[in-house]
Design a protein around this ligand. Sequence first.
Ligand SMILES: NC(=O)c1ccc[n+]([C@@H]2O[C@H](COP(=O)([O-])OP(=O)(O)OC[C@H]3O[C@@H](n4cnc5c(N)ncnc54)[C@H](OP(=O)(O)O)[C@@H]3O)[C@@H](O)[C@H]2O)c1
Length: 240
Amino acid sequence: MSVEGLDTVEAVEGRARWLFGGAFEKEGVIHPTACVRKADGAYCALRIEPRTPKSPHDLFALFFQRARADVIVSTGAILRAEPDVRYDLADSPFGPGLLAYRASLGKTEPPRVVVLSRRLDLASEHPALRAPQVELWSPQPLSGLGHRPFTGRPVEAVETLRAEGGLVVVEAGPSVTRGLHAADAIDALYLTTFAGEIDEALLAGAAFDTAGIETRLPAAGPPRRVEEPSGPWHFVRRSR
Ligand SMILES: NC(=O)c1ccc[n+]([C@@H]2O[C@H](COP(=O)([O-])OP(=O)(O)OC[C@H]3O[C@@H](n4cnc5c(N)ncnc54)[C@H](OP(=O)(O)O)[C@@H]3O)[C@@H](O)[C@H]2O)c1
């Protein structure tokens, strides 16, 4: 199945339901991630770089969450590892459909993008930082960027955002998300798993601890398997 032609609200909703099943939460904290399941059962996040296996359905799944988001949480580590990452729906291959879908939710503005950083060695010309809705949560400000003084742990940032309301989409990498899962701060996990051959160098750490996941975030149903040119991929939603 192709992801071309997802340019209406119905097509976007239909494909998202086909991938993940069920109704989608309107608020709370969700974690979309693309992983590989290792022999020991750990789900390790794919490092996003040019050699990483690609899945058009996973790209759609990620942008679908961005289309629903009130806030996206990113990190300094991601901006350094992914110099081209940007969060605008219009920049995705699914722009018209996702913009229509977001409008159908009554969301007229793009989501806030909160970047957690302590070190602040961020390239000021990074495309993600040029968007007007970016906020840096860090101990010190960086010239030209919206800033919230922040000296806590990532879980405190996420709980603050949860309390502010709406849907918080955590796009952080594994060193942050492991702590969020351990603190039970994630309400739904949108898990993509690449099941083909992969170079271990393309794997980051485990995105969450699998112990207790079946009771904490049970799967909504069996995974959806999609054959992509890069190999087989599985999609499943796990939620409280
Ligand atoms: N496959 C996927 O779903 C997926 C998703 C996301 C990322 N990734 C990949 O994962 C890798 C990055 O993951 P990672 O585990 O290295 O990093 P990460 O979890 O995304 O972020 C760690 C960074 O968060 C910031 N941070 C941590 N604690 C903080 C605090 N208390 N206050 C403020 N900022 C804080 C720091 O940024 P500073 O260093 O700037 O201080 C730290 O380096 C990349 O290769 C990326 O492509 C994959």
